[in-house]
Write a protein that binds this ligand. Structure first.
Ligand code: GN1
Ligand code: MG
Length: 351
């Protein structure tokens, strides 16, 4: 932690404590206690984000947009970008790494699994509210901080290229993954094709609204904040809906997709977004639900085949295991198509 002190001191003179925070797979995150407050210090992974400065620019645009609405009931706190003592938006260290500081939202906790249906509804409501708050922010005002993010056909093309260069994989877990990918192939373009046909529109998205990016109050009852805003950028809100559902409705023991949490989440989500949702937005909800777990599985599996250079791992086969979990979840979703489609229909009706 000693090497971090001079970096933290760029943002506040007196630092009393620094500790690692969260379990993100990309950036390095620390909680810093300074003389008068606590803040979050992050090193942005510049192997992943090609232009780290754009992340800070986007966060400023987002904060400004939400601030303007403060009178009209904003129900989510958005972390604020803190300046360095020299009034800069970030600090670049001697290795060229980018560091930024964010306000820490006190008296909150993040959850790794959903404990009850109210928590699922809270996640849906919070994501819907976030999309509603940003529905009048022009996507073109934001940089694309991570080109290619959530473009499933591009991940697929990369996977095929890697596989063509590798010797055939023998292990059975690999076979399960490669066979699942092959079977799924006809569906990889479902959202991108709808986007190209103008059926789904580019909007401002979060990019990574998985369960642990929502901060609940300490009773686990109400969501106070949405964090991890590095991938806020133009995209399809369907990527977000799929990502939120895959993380909230995933039974991590059985890898089954839980229909009750999905119904609670979607109903609450649509209570916030109904006003701007189009017929096509409804139509592609089921595709979003099966595509995003597949895509994440494909990303984990490709990274495993490439030597784990993107997602952090603590053991060599971790990304393979993560991939298999996502594919099994996707399988469970595909097996429950009728049930999911009927709950989408029920959730679509105004109450
Ligand atoms: C990465 O670092 P973290 O955990 O916030 C990834 C997401 C994945 C997630 C899976 C920029 O997010 O897309 O869903 O891991 N973020 C990026 O845990 O690739
Ligand atoms: Mg993230």
């Amino acid at each position: 932690m000693d090497t971090l002190r001079p970096i933290a001191q760029q943002f506040a003179k007196t630092i009393t404590h620094i500790s690692p925070m969260g379990n993100g797979l990309i950036n390095d995150t620390f909680l810093v206690t300074a003389a008068s407050s606590r803040f979050v210090l992050q090193r942005i992974n510049s192997k992943v984000f090609p232009e780290p400065r754009q992340i800070m620019d986007n966060l400023m645009v987002l904060n400004q947009h939400v601030k303007q609405k403060q009178n009209t009931a904003v129900k989510l706190q958005i972390p604020e970008l803190l300046k360095t003592i020299d009034q800069q938006n970030f600090y670049q260290d001697e290795f060229g790494d980018y560091w930024r500081a964010l306000g820490y939202i006190e008296k909150t906790e993040s959850l790794e699994t959903i404990g009850n249906l109210n928590q699922a509804a809270q996640a849906g409501y919070a994501l819907g509210h976030f999309h509603q708050l940003l529905s009048d922010l022009k996507p073109s005002l934001l940089h694309d901080t991570l080109p290619g993010f959530h473009i499933t056909p591009d991940y697929f093309a990369r996977y095929e290229k890697i596989v063509a260069e590798l010797p055939p994989q023998g292990a059975s877990e690999n076979q399960y993954c490669s066979q699942f990918i092959e079977k799924f192939q006809p569906k990889v373009g479902v959202l991108e094709t709808a986007k190209q046909q103008g059926l789904l529109l580019l909007r401002v998205i979060h990019g990574d609204p998985k369960l642990n990016n929502f901060l609940f109050d300490l009773h686990g009852e109400k969501i106070i904040s949405i964090i991890d805003l590095d991938t806020v950028k133009p995209g399809l809100i369907h990527y977000d809906i799929g990502d939120c559902l895959r993380s909230c409705c995933h039974n991590v023991v059985s890898n089954e997709f839980d229909l009750d949490s999905c119904a609670a989440l979607l109903t609450a989500y649509l209570s916030e977004t109904r006003l701007f949702f189009s017929a096509e937005d409804y139509e592609y909800l089921y595709a979003a639900i099966y595509l995003i777990p597949f895509e994440l599985g494909l990303r984990f599996y490709t990274d495993y085949l490439e030597g784990n250079s993107y997602f952090k791992v603590t053991y060599p086969k971790q990304n393979l295991q993560r991939a298999e979990e996502q594919f099994r979840l996707c399988e469970s979703i595909l097996g429950q198509e009728t049930g999911i489609r009927s709950l989408i229909e029920a959730a679509s009706k105004p109450r």
